[in-house]
Write a protein that binds this ligand. Structure first.
Ligand code: NDP
Ligand code: HSE
Length: 436
């Protein structure tokens, strides 16, 4: 049987990883796919640059549209990134009846609804396993493995760069900028690393996961997002004294009122497996009604782990080439005419527990006043820790863990606490999840 011809857009970290995996494992992959898979042409911006892969048998061009329009090519693999040129190329490929594989989470989170609608009209597949959690087959697990379940919530460490930075800072005391530079050199970071640091990349991924988990359209703009910059060194230490780790989590939860979609630093009990996921590793914990909790763990970024997911998608597409479009697995797990319009909750309506850190005057009655302001908003205290005065000052750090409360009520309490004469500066708030 004739080989399946691939056109590759991008020969950077993931593009060259994909060439290497497809070449090295060609025989095994062909045995699994039922046909040989051949990259016939590829594009990159600068053709004079040396590549981390063997491109001798691949026709190279600096014009990605040439690859998309090559009549021999059946599957386009988009590994350029961004949401302008990539969107144009993907839509053109679909228009020409070509299947698409992409690792581009920004593209899917922002334009997935339009892309999938056009792909369905044309009867082509758009596969995006590599877009979430690098090499972990989490899209396949949610879309296929858990398809008999109602998914209740999921929580994941879904940005490798951010987790790598936090781990290196905590374990080795390294400076933020120094670790970020290393993450860029290792090919983990986005072209614009503020996407990693500010939580935007994790929000892209969470929008995709939630859509597949709950059968809702992609709604990136409704994800509440806080980055890793909000995590202070002292908070890491205090959290550990109380038996918690601080991780940057993406959380999607279905409640009776609507769906929570949020990305932020989170205290997690240190005994949870996910609290011990370090470095560039990612993990997604999924709680579903029939199976209960399941945890998916693996490398969240990097050339070959991501290529592993890209190649899995290519093989899936090859296996399905001859199937009727109506009988394929739907792009977002649910049939496109069965997506629900259940509301995404604003962060004010989210219910969770909190870690609060305050600087207060070291005198009688202060803690009682703070406890009263929390009680006024129906917020109960779970634990309280008062530290030694800092450098002989008259103020002391106080750490409070609250029980679960509505964010709007916590905001009211914080507002009132910050107005007390005995409280200095702002109250630091980090959300806390037990992930039971
Ligand atoms: P790189 O920057 O390493 O590679 C991008 C490639 O696209 C390069 O070959 C570049 O050419 C080419 N390119 C960029 N802009 C243009 C353009 N305007 N015209 C033509 N070619 C262009 O990115 P990555 O491989 O890291 O990421 C690719 C995609 O995969 C992104 O969507 C990213 O979010 C996603 N991803 C990345 C992961 C990772 O670990 N790096 C993990 C999971 C997903 P040239 O080499 O000549 O500059
Ligand atoms: N920059 C992303 C990360 C790449 O660090 O997780 C993988 O999506």
């Amino acid at each position: 049987m004739e080989s399946v011809k691939i056109g590759l857009l991008g020969l950077g970290t993931v593009g060259s990883g994909t060439v290497n995996v497809l070449q090295r494992n060609a025989e095994e992959i062909a045995r699994r796919a039922g046909r040989e898979i051949q990259i016939v042409c590829a594009s990159a911006r600068d053709l004079t640059r040396s590549r981390n892969c063997d491109v001798d048998t691949i026709r190279l061009t600096s014009d990605p549209m040439e690859v998309v329009c090559d009549p021999d090519v059946e599957i386009i693999v988009e590994l350029i990134g961004g949401t302008t040129l990539a969107l144009e190329l993907v839509l053109k490929a679909i228009e020409q009846g070509k299947h698409v594989v992409t690792a581009n989470k920004a593209l899917i989170a922002l334009h997935g609804n339009e892309i999938f609608a056009k792909a369905s009209d044309k009867g082509v597949m758009v596969a995006f396993e590599a877009a979430v959690a690098g090499g972990i087959p989490i899209i396949k697990a949610l879309r296929e493995g858990l398809t008999g379940n109602q998914i209740e919530w999921l929580a994941g460490i879904i940005n490798g760069t951010g987790n790598f930075i936090l781990t290196e800072m905590r374990d080795k005391g390294r400076a933020f900028e120094d670790v970020l530079k290393e993450a860029q050199e290792l090919g983990y970071a986005e072209a614009d690393p503020t996407f990693d640091v500010e939580g935007i990349d994790a929000a892209h991924k969470l929008a995709i996961l939630a859509s597949i988990a709950f059968g809702i359209p992609l709604q990136f703009e409704k994800v509440f997002t806080e980055g890793i910059g909000a995590i202070g060194k002292e908070d890491v230490v205090y959290a550990e004294e109380l038996g918690y780790r601080i991780k940057h989590l993406g959380i999607a939860r279905k409640t009776a009122e609507g769906i929570e979609l949020r990305v932020h630093p989170t205290l997690i009990p240190e005994k949870r497996l996910i609290a011990n996921v370090d470095g560039v590793m990612n993990a997604v914990l999924v709680n579903a009604d029939a199976v209960g909790p399941t945890l998916y763990y693996g490398a969240g970024a990097g050339a070959e782990p991501t290529a592993s997911a890209v190649v899995a998608d290519i093989v899936d597409v090859v296996r399905m080439l001859t199937s009727d479009p109506e009988n394929r697995v739907p792009h977002l797990a649910f049939q496109s005419n069965a997506l629900s319009d259940v509301a995404v909750l604003p962060i004010d309506e989210v219910v969770t527990a909190y870690y609060l850190r305050l600087c207060v005057e070291d005198k009688p009655g202060v803690l009682a006043e703070i406890a009263q302001l929390l009680a006024d908003q129906q917020i109960s205290i779970e634990a309280l820790l008062q530290k030694e005065p800092v450098d002989g000052q008259s103020v002391v750090p106080v750490i409070i863990l609250t029980q679960r409360a509505v964010e709007r009520e916590l905001n009211r309490a914080i507002y009132a606490i910050e107005k007390l004469d005995t409280v200095r500066g702002s109250v630091i708030r980090i959300r806390l999840e037990t992930l039971k």
